[in-house]
Write a protein that binds this ligand. Sequence first.
Ligand SMILES: *[C@@H]1O[C@H](CO)[C@@H](O)[C@H](O)[C@H]1NC(C)=O
Ligand SMILES: *[C@@H]1O[C@H](CO)[C@@H](O)[C@H](O)[C@H]1NC(C)=O
Ligand SMILES: *[C@@H]1O[C@H](CO)[C@@H](O)[C@H](O)[C@H]1NC(C)=O
Ligand SMILES: *[C@@H]1O[C@H](CO)[C@@H](O)[C@H](O)[C@H]1NC(C)=O
Ligand SMILES: *[C@@H]1O[C@H](CO)[C@@H](O)[C@H](O)[C@H]1NC(C)=O
Ligand SMILES: *[C@@H]1O[C@H](CO)[C@@H](O)[C@H](O)[C@H]1NC(C)=O
Ligand SMILES: *[C@@H]1O[C@H](CO)[C@@H](O)[C@H](O)[C@H]1NC(C)=O
Ligand SMILES: *[C@@H]1O[C@H](CO)[C@@H](O)[C@H](O)[C@H]1NC(C)=O
Ligand SMILES: *[C@@H]1O[C@H](CO)[C@@H](O)[C@H](O)[C@H]1NC(C)=O
Ligand SMILES: *[C@@H]1O[C@H](CO)[C@@H](O)[C@H](O)[C@H]1NC(C)=O
Length: 880
Amino acid sequence: MRVGIELASWLSLGVGALGAAQSNVPWPAIPKPQSVASTNGPVYVYPSSVRKGLSSGFANNSANSDSALVFQSIGDTYTLDYGSDVAGKPIFHIQVAEGNPQIEVKYTEAFPGLLKAEGDGPFAFANALGATFRVETFNITKTGDLSGYFIQGSQRWQSIKLISGKKLVIQRAGFVSSVDQSPLSSMPGYFASSNSTYTYIWALGPRTQQLVCFPPESQTSTWEITSNGAYIRGQKPATTARVVNLSNYTLSFETMIDRGGTGWRVDTEIDAIQATGPICKYTSNPHTTGHITNPLILVVLTSEYPTGSFANIDKTLLPPNTLVLGRGWSLQNQTSLPGYVLDKFPLKFNVTEKTWHTIRTESPGDDTYTVYLDDRLIAHFNISSYGISDPNPYIPGGIYTSFAFGPWQDQAAYVRNVNVTLSTGENVYSNAMTSEDVLVEYGVQSNTQYVCSDSGKRDRFSWLGDRLISARTVMVGSHQGEYVWGPAEEAFSRQVGSGQIPINTLFSPLDAEGSLIRTTNVDPLIVDYDFDFMQVIYDYWVRSGNDTFLEKAWPRMVMATSYALSRSLDQKTQLFGAPYGSTGTPLSGEKGQALGPANTVSMIIGLERMAEMARFIGDNAAAAFYQTQAQLSRTAIDSLLWNETAGYYAATLGGTGYDLMDIAQVLLAGIGSEQRQASFVEKLSALRVQAGYINGTRFFDTPGIVDVYYMSFLLEGLALTNRTALAQDLLDATWAPMVNRDRNYTGGYWEYISTDGTYPGLDLFTGMSHFWGSYPTVFLSEYALGLRPTKPGYSTYLFAPLPGFKTEWVHGRVPTPAGLIYAAWGYNKQGKIVMEITPPAGLQGTLVPPFAGSYSVGNQQGQSGNHIIAGGATVIIVQE
Ligand SMILES: *[C@@H]1O[C@H](CO)[C@@H](O)[C@H](O)[C@H]1NC(C)=O
Ligand SMILES: *[C@@H]1O[C@H](CO)[C@@H](O)[C@H](O)[C@H]1NC(C)=O
Ligand SMILES: *[C@@H]1O[C@H](CO)[C@@H](O)[C@H](O)[C@H]1NC(C)=O
Ligand SMILES: *[C@@H]1O[C@H](CO)[C@@H](O)[C@H](O)[C@H]1NC(C)=O
Ligand SMILES: *[C@@H]1O[C@H](CO)[C@@H](O)[C@H](O)[C@H]1NC(C)=O
Ligand SMILES: *[C@@H]1O[C@H](CO)[C@@H](O)[C@H](O)[C@H]1NC(C)=O
Ligand SMILES: *[C@@H]1O[C@H](CO)[C@@H](O)[C@H](O)[C@H]1NC(C)=O
Ligand SMILES: *[C@@H]1O[C@H](CO)[C@@H](O)[C@H](O)[C@H]1NC(C)=O
Ligand SMILES: *[C@@H]1O[C@H](CO)[C@@H](O)[C@H](O)[C@H]1NC(C)=O
Ligand SMILES: *[C@@H]1O[C@H](CO)[C@@H](O)[C@H](O)[C@H]1NC(C)=O
């Protein structure tokens, strides 16, 4: 789907719309949601533009999108532009295939990825029910439809290059979509403005949701179980959690290489969140305590590359008949995921394909490793001799390691009869790998729950706290609550006895043992996400009125809150003092060492929301406890962190400096007096860059890029405190570049943006359909239009546009459990503000005019102050 075309037709809709009859209102009719026929079967998406060669220069030219792709010589290449992000399994309708053609296909969100050998990947961060590699090679043996195996998680650009064969004609190439392609106009939520920039920014929210939130069974398994064992195509090796922290043991398995080679890891962290960490602003503690000191080795064994092998194999990286030893995330670097090739062991004999081999890896626990192929020693090495130190410069290591299987890009191999034997002779693991349970054990089973990813293409984990912003985007846009309660139930289903819930988790269903190990292994990452998660549930409850969900989740919420408090509350100061605090905490922060305002505010708001929900549940003792603790911490920030001379809340106890998340959070919680807040907000100007605000004085990470997640908090803080000019300025600076129809446009929100707003900030790694920074969708509905709930289920709500927001008009629909609220406001020909609202019956609204002075309501003139809206009928007020 092309969002652009979509929006254009959406804007011109007048049929069946509200407000069409009024002539003296400045806005066009507010459309009703369009009904769409539900589709069964596969949905195909095709490029909007196809061009021979590598080119980004034709973004708006769709004239040639229907012509066939004709490849006549090796090296012939086509660029396919989808106009905005799509996702799914690649499909090629092959018309002519002469001489065994092979094609190399690349995928990328940002165009420059096509210019790189590895596309915009590899994304070796998570076992994510999607492709790890962004380059795939296909062997074309016949005409007809050829479909890829892996889901490619999000891309706007694709290239296809002939690397072998005589002649190939692809009548059409595209994707079988793995995400919802329903038109945005069918969603209950809607927003438009006289300034189409805002219309388009709003629409980034629901489209990003489609690209990152997945219904059950939509993200397919990445392993296949056969009677010959697990058939594993090239991808990030997936770990078992059945046996952990092995020492002095031998791992043996049988493998049959189908193409290219086979791969495995030993002594590797489970789920690999900590492997030579990604840039992660939440985790800044460099202490090595708790680090895995194990080698985390990655091994790829290549075949002899028989005739017919892929013509594009990188034989420098992977020579034939060679054991390639690596560590880190993979054998290639990708932005902040370093990989290391440590050694290559050429074999003196051929490694045959399509025959069974037995591989034994001995790990006696003294850093030496010995690998045997069919009882012949093929490699012996001491991992510490390579001088690659302990990974994890930023992230505390998990406590569990195990082994994993997964060959390199374009390789494929069977793995069966896996055994682990200790030096004592005891067999501790034995698995024929022929049972479907293997998929759950290794975390590569198709999702059975509603899950939301951080990003379409990468970091395909279900992160807990990143939804603080995006869960509200879901509710004001699609109103598909299953994308809030679904991931919440997934997290609760993996809660362990301590109350801990996984901060990030796989999409795959897990068994009890896998949940326990994998959840525990992400402790103590980002404890404040627990408090953010309680806010997510509150925000969902308020916008859905789903009491049933709240009642069901409540005991688990209490457990998780207790766990988070025990892990993070510094009793001495009442400030947040997590062992590994979030949001750029200083390079210190053992528990007991108090941190700055930002994390403490997460805790405060989390506790206050818990108190409100506890009162609803009838748990008054819990409510009182949460409320009291929140109040103590509020007082602590104001009394311990305020620096009167400098005029800011200090980022650390007894320290100096501040940062923008502290400013945002102080506004969101309303910490301190208005004067202190005003003084603190003045500090923002020093952090201003063209595309928003960058780090204050203490962020060590992602220097020099604008973090759209942080900007979301700041935007809300500015809106909540009626700082309209600053809020609108930020909206324009950070998000307007994302709706420029240039080669970077994806139709989705970006994760980061460069300081000048010209480029998605974190190189090719940047998620360009990333949900965490999606606050503008909420801002535009709740503050620019001005419709926001004040009680669960919108039983009471405000129609209170931000005074002074610059626009000629805005209008839209906000979904509530009682039905849609239609509303609009704008300036009439006389330059007076007109406001109109048509809410469902049963909800009580309070209209707060964004101007001082009087107004008329219907025939009643000279009204002033707030106006109560009963619901069930249209109300129009006109400024006098
Ligand atoms: C090893 O493989 C190469 C490439 O397939 C082949 O040319 C060679 O004959 C093989 N050697 C043996 C001993 O099988
Ligand atoms: C591609 O297909 C041809 C013809 O079936 C076969 O000979 C060759 O081995 C295949 N190559 C790969 C890499 O699968
Ligand atoms: C990845 O980058 C690191 C430096 O950050 C370098 O030491 C290493 O060799 C690189 N790995 C590869 C495979 O190029
Ligand atoms: C491993 O076990 C063997 C046999 O029990 C023993 O000789 C050896 O010292 C052990 N290795 C280490 C590093 O403990
Ligand atoms: C390894 O395990 C498989 C199946 O679990 C078993 O059938 C096989 O005999 C074992 N092989 C060895 C060498 O221990
Ligand atoms: C409330 O949440 C539950 C999940 O706990 C879900 O099954 C149900 O459909 C939701 N109800 C509404 C009205 O959204
Ligand atoms: C307040 O901040 C200033 C720097 O702006 C610093 O010199 C001073 O020591 C701080 N005061 C306290 C009490 O930390
Ligand atoms: C942002 O952080 C980087 C790296 O820590 C630092 O060099 C830069 O000066 C910081 N910017 C501001 C405005 O503080
Ligand atoms: C902001 O304005 C709203 C009315 O739109 C008002 O209810 C609220 O109290 C104001 N907030 C602050 C912090 O001034
Ligand atoms: C629309 O908003 C953008 C910023 O997002 C601004 O640059 C532009 O001037 C506005 N257009 C009008 C007509 O106000």
